[in-house]
Design a protein around this ligand. Structure first.
Ligand code: SF4
Length: 225
């Protein structure tokens, strides 16, 4: 990846994030504290897509922070992908909430919010062009694969995602954090299987990828020539 290509991608991501920060297409655009566009390597091989920002993400303007984010970091590191090596985004860029009378609480994004925000996600995918898309949780997986997708039955299987990019889904780290005892052990095993599948697919697509063009550098020129 040339420096020019990398900086071009970073510039496009920054511009898109600024547009998102001004976006008010949905009502949650006015109730959120900060938009959460996404973050990570603009040339990442893996893009992780979650459902939407929660309370901590909304406060900090960053995706996957707090306990679920820490668990995600450990999950990725287990397959040799430090957080800074991937790109992390969500299906919606504003925190979906409802008012329970005392405070705003998290909820899943509704279909109109998903539809309104889809263009931003598609643009991120187009800019970063990851080799693999990893959807976390049923809402993120359904946003790519349709409303009938079952996270319990269809996680860990490969699908063709946007731009033909291989896509797989697994459980959301927040779901794991809600589990205890034997249930947690069983779900952890499934997630580990899915993560190993991501690592294996990454090796496979790397092996099949055409060699990147090498930037021409004149190694032998010098002032003295
Ligand atoms: S969720 Fe997306 S489309 Fe809706 S207001 Fe926020 S940025 Fe705009």
């Amino acid at each position: 990846m040339s420096l020019a290509e990398r900086s071009g991608r970073e510039r496009r991501l920054i511009n898109a994030a600024a547009l998102v920060e001004r976006c008010r297409k949905c009502a949650i655009g006015s109730t959120r504290r900060r938009s959460v566009y996404g973050e990570g390597d603009s040339c990442a091989e893996v893009m992780v897509v979650g459902e939407g920002p929660g309370e901590t993400e909304d406060l900090l303007g960053r995706p996957f922070v707090g306990r679920a984010g820490e668990l995600l970091d450990r999950m990725l590191l287990a397959i040799d992908l430090p957080r800074e090596s991937v790109y992390i985004a969500n299906t919606v860029k504003c925190r979906p909430t409802f008012d329970d009378g005392q405070r705003l609480r998290n909820r899943a994004p509704d279909p109109s919010e998903l539809a309104n925000c889809r263009g931003y996600l598609d643009e991120q995918i187009e800019i970063v062009r990851p080799r693999i898309l990893l959807a976390l949780g049923a809402p993120a997986a359904k946003s790519f694969l349709g409303p009938t997708f079952s996270i319990t039955r269809q996680r860990g299987q490969w699908y063709e995602g946007p731009l033909g990019i291989p896509l797989v889904a697994t459980f959301h780290p927040a779901y794991l954090l809600r589990m205890t005892g034997g249930e947690l052990t069983a779900v952890k095993r499934l997630v580990w299987d899915d993560l190993k599948a991501v690592r294996a697919k990454l090796y496979e697509v790397r092996a099949n990828a055409p060699a990147a063009p090498v930037e021409q550098i004149d190694l032998f020129s010098s002032e003295a020539d």
